[in-house]
Ligand binder design. Structure first.
Ligand code: F6R
Length: 612
C-alpha cells in the first residue's frame, strides 16, 4: 500500500527520491520520509507526517540534502498511527541498518520480544522497526554480510514485504528483498533505481528487472545483482516497459481521475487492437487455444472492488453468449472457501495492479487445485501476470487516481472479447452474429468519446447533489452491475453513503430507506428489462426520491419519471455497460470536487491493496 523508491548513481538522490515518491503518493499518503547518504558520511534521515509536500518544503525539493544514494517512502499506516516517528525510513539505534518497507510483518510481536531479550529497544509501534533491528541482529551475530543478514531475516519473517535496506559499512549500495509485495529495479547508464511501481522511475528509465518472491538484490551505481535466499547469484533479463512517461503525468487536467476518464476511448481502442487482427480475435499472445476453450465447462471470475464489478457484468455477457456456467466471486471470500472446483474450469482473475493480495492468493489456491488460470491484468510483470497460466494484458497504461476508471473500462472490453471468443471457439455463435458483435465492440471508443463531449450537463447536475446524504443505484442485469460500480465510485471519492441494489430487490427491504430527497440513480439500458425498472423508479419517486436515470438514446419516456436523464448512444445491450458507466464516473468526479475533496486521493484508500 505504501510507496518505495531507492536510488544510487551519479545524480543527487534526494530530488530523484522525492520526484519518484510524488508519482507513488496514490499508494499511500499519511507520512513520508527519505534517507540519503553522501559517500561515507553519516546518513541523513528526514521524515514528516502528512502529504509529501511537507517533506518537499522541508528539504527545498531535495536540494538541501546532499548525497547520491538514498531510499524514500510514502506511508499508509498499518502498524502505528500516522506520525513523523512512525514514518519510514527506520534505523537501528547505531545507524548500522536503515530501511523502508511495504507490507505487513505478521509475527512482528514475537520477533520484537526476541530482539528485546537481546537488548534491542523499540521507539515506534511499527513492524518495520522490527525488520530493521532483526537484520541488524543477524548482521552483527553471524557476519557483516548484507545478503546473509537479509536472508536470515527473511526466513524468520512471516507476512509480506518489499524491503530496501542501506548498511553503514556499504556506502553507495542498496539491498532489496521482497515477498508478495511489488518492487521493480531499473537501470540507466550509471544510475540504478528501485521502486514499488513503474511510474516512479518511468521518467529515468524503461529498462527494468522484476525481482521475484523471496529473492534479494544488491544495487550499485548502474548495476543490479540478484540472489536467491541461499545467497546464490541469479541472472535476470532486463524488460522494456512500453508505457509512455507522459501517461504518468497530469498534463493539463486538474486531476489524474479526469485525465484517465478522458483517456478511455484510446485505451479501450488499444485493448481491442491488441487482440483483434484482420476482423478476428486472436489469442495467440494470451496463449489460450480454441481447443482449451472447448474443454471448459465452468468459469469462475475472481476479483476485488471495481474489478469484481467487471466480473458481475461479464457474468451476464458470458452467459448470454455461451453455455458456460459462470460464477463471480470476491477474491477475499473465494480464497478461504472450502470448495472443490470443477476440474474442467478456468479461474479468471481480474486486477489492474496485478498485486492485490486477495486476488493473488485466490489465483494461487486455484492453481493448487490444478485449475487453469487466466489473469486480466494491467501492470506488465506484476505478480498475478507472472503467476497466472495465461495473461490478457489490458492496455490502460499507468492508472494513478486511486478510483479506477480506465482500467475498469479496459477490463470490461477484454472480458467482452474473451466471451465472444469463447462463443466462437465452442461453436455457440453464428458467424454473422460474431462479426456484428465484434463491430459493435469497435464502436465503443467513439461512443465513449461522444458521452465525454456532453459532460457539461452532468457537471451542472452534479452541483445539485453535493449536499445529498444517501444515494441508491438500481438496475437489472448488466444495469445492476453498472450500478454497483457507479455506487462505489460515488461513495469512495465523495464520501456520500451509497448502495447499489438489483432493482427487483428494492421491495425486499431497501425501499424502507427511501424518503424525501434520497437520491436514486437508475440505470436502464436493457431493452427487455426497462419497463420493470421504470416501475421501480415510480415506486421510489412516490416515496419522495430524487431520481436520475441513465438510459439509451430514444428512451425519452424516462423523463416522465426522472428529474434528470442522461442518454448514452445506442449499442447492443450486451455492451451497454461500457457506455453507461461513463456518466457515473463523471458524476462522482464532479460531486467529489464540488465538495472540495481531492478526487485522486480519497481518504483511507490506497491504489494497490497488497495486504489483506
Ligand atoms: C475502486 C478501485 C478498487 C480496485 C480494487 C482492485 O475504484 O479501484 O476497488 O478495483 O482494489 O484492485 P486491482 O484491480 O488492482 O486488483
Amino acid at each position: 500500500m505504501c510507496g518505495i523508491v531507492g536510488f544510487t548513481g551519479t545524480k543527487q538522490a534526494a530530488p530523484v527520491l522525492l520526484d519518484g515518491l510524488s508519482k507513488l503518493e496514490y499508494r499511500g499518503y499519511d507520512s513520508a520520509g527519505i534517507a540519503v547518504r553522501d559517500g561515507e558520511s553519516e546518513t541523513e534521515i528526514i521524515k514528516e507526517k502528512g502529504k509529501l509536500k511537507n517533506l518537499q518544503e522541508m528539504t527545498d525539493n531535495g536540494k538541501a540534502v546532499k548525497g547520491c544514494c538514498g531510499i524514500g517512502h510514502t506511508r499508509w499506516a498499518t502498524h502505528g498511527e500516522p506520525s513523523a516517528l512512525n514514518a519510514h525510513p527506520h534505523s537501528s539505534d547505531d545507524g548500522n541498518v536503515i530501511a523502508v518497507h511495504n507490507g505487513i510483518i505478521e509475527n512482528y510481536q514475537e520477533l520484537r520480544e526476541k530482539l528485546m531479550k537481546h537488548g534491542y529497544v523499540f521507539h515506534t509501534q511499527t513492524d518495520t522497526e522490527v525488520a530493521v533491528k532483526l537484520i541488524d541482529y543477524y548482521y552483527k551475530k553471524y557476519a557483516p554480510l548484507p545478503i546473509e543478514a537479509i536472508a536470515r531475516s527473511m526466513v524468520r519473517i512471516r507476512g509480506s514485504y518489499a524491503l530496501c535496506v542501506m548498511f553503514k559499512d556499504y556506502p553507495g549500495e542498496i539491498y532489496c528483498a521482497r515477498k508478495d509485495s511489488p518492487m521493480i529495479i531499473g537501470v540507466s547508464g550509471e544510475d540504478t533505481f528501485v521502486a514499488s511501481d513503474v511510474p516512479a522511475i518511468l521518467k529515468y528509465t524503461r529498462n527494468v528487472y522484476y525481482i521475484g518472491n523471496m529473492e534479494i538484490a544488491k544495487l550499485e551505481q548502474g548495476k543490479a545483482t540478484f540472489f536467491t535466499i541461499d545467497s546464490e547469484e541469479i541472472q535476470k533479463p532486463l524488460t522494456e516497459i512500453k508505457w509512455d512517461a507522459k501517461s504518468a503525468d497530469k498534463g493539463n487536467f486538474e486531476h489524474f481521475m479526469l485525465k484517465e476518464i478522458y483517456e478511455q476511448p484510446n485505451v479501450i481502442r488499444e485493448t481491442i487492437d491488441s487482440v483483434v487482427k484482420d476482423g478476428k480475435i486472436s489469442f495467440d499472445t494470451i496463449n489460450l487455444t480454441d481447443e482449451e476453450m472447448q474443454q471448459i465447462e465452468q468459469v469462475y471470475i475472481v476479483a476485488c472492488g471495481s474489478a469484481y464489478h467487471v466480473g458481475v457484468d461479464l457474468q451476464y455477457v458470458m452467459e448470454s453468449l455461451t453455455s458456460l456456467q459462470v460464477r463471480v466471486e470476491l477474491a477475499s471470500e473465494f480464497r478461504y472457501r472450502k470448495m472443490t472446483l470443477n476440474k474442467k474450469s478456468i479461474v479468471i482473475v481480474i486486477s489492474q495492479s496485478g498485486e492485490t493480495a486477495d486476488t493473488l492468493e485466490a489465483l494461487r489456491s486455484a492453481k493448487n487445485q490444478g485449475i487453469k488460470t487466466l489473469g486480466i491484468v494491467n501492470v506488465v510483470g506484476s505478480s498475478i501476470a507472472r503467476e497466472a497460466d495465461n495473461v490478457f494484458y489490458t492496455q490502460a497504461g499507468p492508472e494513478i487516481a486511486v478510483a479506477t476508471t480506465k482500467a475498469y473500462s479496459t477490463q470490461l472490453v477484454a472480458g467482452y472479447l474473451l466471451s465472444l471468443q469463447f462463443a466462437k471457439a465452442r461453436n455457440e455463435i453464428e458467424e454473422c452474429r460474431y462479426q456484428a458483435l465484434l463491430e459493435e465492440i469497435y464502436t465503443i471508443p467513439d461512443k465513449v468519446e461522444r458521452i465525454l463531449e456532453d459532460k457539461e450537463r452532468l457537471q451542472w447536475y452534479s452541483a445539485k447533489l453535493i449536499n445529498i446524504g444517501d444515494a441508491f443505484f438500481i438496475g437489472r442485469g448488466i444495469d445492476y452491475a453498472i450500478g454497483l460500480e457507479g455506487s462505489l465510485k460515488l461513495k469512495e471519492i465523495s464520501y456520500i453513503h451509497s448502495e447499489a441494489y438489483a432493482a427487483g430487490e428494492l421491495k425486499h427491504g431497501p425501499i424502507s430507506l427511501i424518503e424525501n430527497g434520497t437520491l436514486v440513480i437508475s440505470i436502464a439500458t436493457q431493452d427487455t428489462l426497462i419497463e420493470k425498472t421504470v416501475s421501480n423508479m415510480a415506486e421510489v419517486k412516490s416515496r419522495g426520491a430524487k431520481l436520475m436515470a441513465v438510459t439509451t438514446a430514444g428512451n425519452y419516456f424516462l423523463e416522465d419519471t426522472a428529474e434528470f436523464t442522461c442518454y448514452i448512444p445506442k449499442i447492443d445491450p450486451l455492451f451497454a455497460g461500457s457506455l453507461s458507466v461513463i456518466p457515473l464516473q463523471l458524476l462522482s468526479y464532479y460531486v467529489s470536487i464540488g465538495k472540495g475533496f481531492d478526487a485522486d486521493k480519497p481518504r483511507n484508500l490506497a491504489k494497490s491493496v497488497t495486504v489483506e
